[in-house]
Design a protein. Structure first.
Length: 163
């Protein structure tokens, strides 16, 4: 009976010792799991890297919402779309207001180009995700041709309804 009790205590002690070892291993490995250097390690002795500043996104320039006929047979499909242009940072030292003013000067030409591109598309060309990406790229490329110095970095579709 005494041997049985001693054996049970020994099993419990062995279990607790294993649990303590596992907990200690986890605790001491926790900083590494969090991506932090371990205390006293060579990585800890190095200075923290200085983050490189990310370039600011260019100015966002919203275009007017428009409803256009798509180029489908019988002209019964309509597209309601809103676009926003992200402009690349200018080489000129312009304020954001001056950059927007420069784009406002080109607005009629930009609006005409966008409408021309949209009305040349069919429902099947614009309804898929790939079609929307292709449309944005085509608009960006065309606007970069006509705006000259002002370059469009990205085109965002902010509203899109087809009927």
């Amino acid at each position: 009976m005494l041997k049985k009790i001693m054996a049970q205590k020994l099993v419990i002690l062995a279990f607790l010792a294993g649990l303590a070892l596992a907990g200690g291993a986890y605790f001491f490995n926790l900083p590494q799991q969090l991506g932090l250097p371990l205390p006293g390690s060579a990585a800890n002795a190095q200075a923290a890297p200085v983050p490189t500043p990310q370039p600011r996104p260019g100015i966002m320039y919203p275009l007017k919402e428009r409803i256009v006929n798509l180029a489908d047979d019988k002209g019964k499909r309509y597209l309601k779309i809103s676009l926003t242009l992200q402009l690349k940072a200018s080489d000129k030292p312009l304020t954001p207001e001056q950059e927007k003013e420069e784009m406002n000067r080109l607005e009629p030409v930009v609006e005409d180009a966008v409408t021309t591109i949209l009305t040349s598309k069919t429902f099947d060309q614009v309804i898929t995700a790939e079609g929307k990406e292709s449309l944005k790229a085509e608009i960006r490329d065309k606007l970069n041709e006509i705006t000259g110095e002002r370059k469009v970095e990205r085109v965002f579709i902010t509203d899109f309804v087809v009927q």
